[in-house]
Design a protein around this ligand. Structure first.
Ligand code: SF4
Length: 216
């Protein structure tokens, strides 16, 4: 039992739209608040509001779905210090846990059993300066790195960073997402093939299925 609380925007059950568990039934716990303002942000409704919920209550709400996978997301979940406690509770309960972070906050407090999905911000995101590069050394092999790519110059920057940071040896998955409305998935796919990059192209399943409505 714990009296710790978190500010929560929503808890819902859906299919994972991204990452290596795409398509799998997952409980999403969306924490409120984010210190960044990426130009393409599709979850600005999580910047404020929400309700204060105890970790015990989050655990019992999660349990009702009988899911194997749980994703803690935002906003920026790690901006709330009690997020680390939630991740540990979820791991203790036996879930396959992932945490989606925008990369501006130290990931050292994340339970090593949880998979970090580190979203590295590109120049066209408008938030390049917020990347906390010391996080790269903390990545585990099982973690995932994600880039939302807006245009060709973003792509070339990402290609350079993958080499510079030796990301293919550090993590098992490098995820490329075309920025919705800015770059077509087909164009990005052709660039990846042409350059023989060892990355995974992802098209956000929840946008195809539900047009990105909240709750999915
Ligand atoms: S880090 Fe994520 S939630 Fe925050 S502004 Fe960027 S895209 Fe939106």
């Amino acid at each position: 039992m714990s009296n710790s609380t978190l500010r929560i925007t929503e808890i819902f059950y859906s299919l994972q739209g991204e990452t290596r568990t795409v398509g799998l039934p997952t409980v999403f716990i969306r924490l409120t608040g984010c210190p960044m303002r990426c130009v393409y942000c599709d979850t600005s409704y999580a910047f404020s509001g929400g309700e204060t919920v105890s970790i015990d209550s989050i655990m019992s709400q999660t349990e009702q779905y009988k899911a194997r996978y749980v994703t803690v997301t935002g906003g920026e979940p790690l901006a709330q210090k009690n997020c680390a406690k939630l991740l540990t509770r979820l791991c203790d309960a036996g879930y396959q846990v992932s945490v989606e972070t925008g990369g501006a906050i130290d990931i050292a407090s994340v339970d090593p059993r949880a998979c970090v999905v580190l979203d590295i911000k590109t120049p066209a995101s408008g938030e390049l300066g917020k990347n906390l590069w010391s996080n790269i050394a903390l990545l585990k092999k099982d973690d995932q790195v994600k880039f939302v790519i807006c245009n060709r110059s973003d792509y070339e920057w990402v290609r350079f960073k993958i080499n510079e940071l030796d990301l293919n040896s550090r993590v098992s998955e490098i995820l490329f997402s075309p920025s919705h409305h800015e770059l077509s998935a087909k164009t990005l796919a052709e660039w990846i093939i042409e350059d023989r990059l060892q990355v995974r192209l992802q098209v956000q399943l929840h946008k195809i299925l539900w047009n990105d409505e909240p709750g999915h």
